[in-house]
Design a protein around this ligand. Structure first.
Ligand code: UDX
Length: 443
């Protein structure tokens, strides 16, 4: 079996690497020459636990290769995954220009039957556009090679992408031909050993499944954040409420954590894109408008708490920040709440010391205001008037509290991820605030 994966971004690289790891010959293609040169030297464009090892192992064995040319590698290919970016266009919809450009190139060079599988997150109806682009390009080139298109959305979580790919809960496949279905089944067979399910459906439903899943998860988060804020006012505790409702199997206990809002490459973009699809088709998705609004507000909840605690005056206050990436185990800064929080702090005249275990090298593209980045979490605390925990990296879970207190000028902790224990910290002499735990009305 031979597979081409076009796009060596997050999804493409994980897909290519994991498929090669079960013995498939995989050619990863990207237009970015520098990226390909780096990959050929073993340098990866992203940080994802476990990925580097898989890439190195399979590149060494010669079954994972990197190139800029679809044309030179298309012979005898069974399937081509399209995993290029679909950036958010100006109007909030997913921009398909890269996907269509790849489809056009495939149409130009395809020599034999292959299944063209869209893995990028694309609006409902895009696979049809891919099919048309391939057919048009074939026509222009005076050829007619049989092919099928399919939709195979990914559900990878950053930081856990390898295990998500290797042991998926489910693999969703949208196809309209038996032949294509068989090819895709063959590709994924090695990953279905533990009884995981492959769910076949029609192409528009597969495309919609991806958006509906992310929109539902984003909704859960905004819902919990909204309830958390009310808990604070009423003197309830969102952590206890979460345990209470999560034990109902209809609700389930996952993805119910209140915090400082969702970020990342998927939720914000996909929620917007689905809203745009709804509006364009005469069916505005009112719920998602609120999900987004609540999330935007939530990203600054910690900043407002701090400002209130400082009686509105943050000028020259030294603020320590632990964690910058939008979640742990990734260097991804896209839509991270830290960006907005730091911008507001600097606007108010505060001085910011920040530490993140891996995102530091990425931050300059996202945070342009002056911040002092430190090499470890303790240095960030020197002389601090407050500590803001923004990303729940494992290494922040059990710090040396004695040292923390000694280093800070004012032992004030604002925990944006509810990872610390209020009683413990208060007994150690800290003032502690988190998300969704009311203090005002303790009975
Ligand atoms: C998400 C989906 O989970 C994945 O299936 C899809 O393919 C891509 O988008 P990812 O963006 O990597 O994955 O991160 P995820 O772990 O889902 O977290 C998203 C955001 O939600 C983070 O900002 C996280 O901090 C936040 N979150 C998550 C909460 O605030 N509370 C929760 O209970 C869970």
């Amino acid at each position: 079996m031979k597979i081409i994966v076009v796009g060596t971004g997050y999804v493409g690289l994980v897909t290519g690497a994991c498929l090669s790891d079960v013995g498939v010959e995989v050619v990863c293609v990207d237009v970015d020459q520098q990226k390909i040169e780096n990959l050929n030297r073993g340098i990866l464009p992203i940080y994802e636990p476990g990925l580097e090892e898989i890439v190195h192992r399979n590149a060494q064995k010669g079954r994972l290769t990197f190139t800029t040319s679809i044309k030179e590698n298309i012979a005898e290919t069974d399937a081509i995954f399209i995993a290029v970016g679909t950036p958010e266009g100006e109007d909030g919809s997913a921009d398909l220009k890269y996907v269509i450009a790849v489809a056009d190139e495939i149409g130009t060079y395809l020599e034999d039957y292959a299944v063209i599988i869209t893995k990028s997150t694309v609006p409902v109806g895009s696979s049809l556009k891919v099919k048309e682009a391939i057919a048009d390009s074939m026509k222009r080139n005076g050829k007619s090679i049989p092919f099928d298109v399919a939709s195979n959305p990914e559900f990878l979580k950053e930081g856990a992408a390898i295990s998500d790919f290797m042991s998926p809960d489910r693999i969703v496949v949208g196809v309209n031909s038996e032949r294509a279905g068989k090819v895709i089944e063959q590709i994924y067979k090695p990953f279905l050993l533990n009884g995981y399910r492959m769910i076949f459906m029609d192409i528009p439903s597969a495309e919609m499944t991806k958006y509906a899943a992310n929109a539902m998860l984003a909704t859960r988060i905004s819902f919990m954040n909204d309830i958390a804020n009310l808990c604070e006012i009423l003197g309830a505790d969102i952590n206890q409420v979460r345990n209470g409702i999560g034990s109902d199997p209809r609700i389930g206990n996952k993805f119910l954590y209140a915090g400082i809002g969702y970020g990342g490459a998927c939720f914000p973009k996909d929620v917007k894109a689905l809203m745009k699809t709804g509006a364009d088709n005469g069916h505005p998705l009112r719920m998602l408008e609120v999900v987004e609004e609540v999330n935007n507000r939530q990203k600054l909840v910690l900043f407002h708490k701090l400002k209130n605690l400082m009686k509105g005056d943050l000028k020259d206050k030294k603020i320590a920040i632990w964690g910058l990436s939008f979640k742990p185990q990734t260097d991804d800064m896209r839509e991270a709440p830290s960006i907005l929080i730091i911008n507001e702090l600097i606007k108010e005249g505060a001085k910011v010391n920040a530490y993140d275990p891996v995102a530091i090298k990425e931050v300059h593209r996202y945070i342009t205001v002056p911040v002092n980045y430190t090499d470890d979490e303790y240095t960030a605390l020197e002389g601090a008037d407050a500590l803001l925990l923004l990303t729940e990296w494992r290494e922040f879970r059990l710090p040396d509290w004695g040292k923390v207190k000694e280093l800070m000028t004012n032992p004030l902790i604002l925990d944006g991820r509810n990872i610390y224990n209020e009683k413990e910290l208060e007994s150690l002499g800290f003032e502690y605030h988190c998300i969704g735990v009311g203090k005002a009305m303790k009975i």
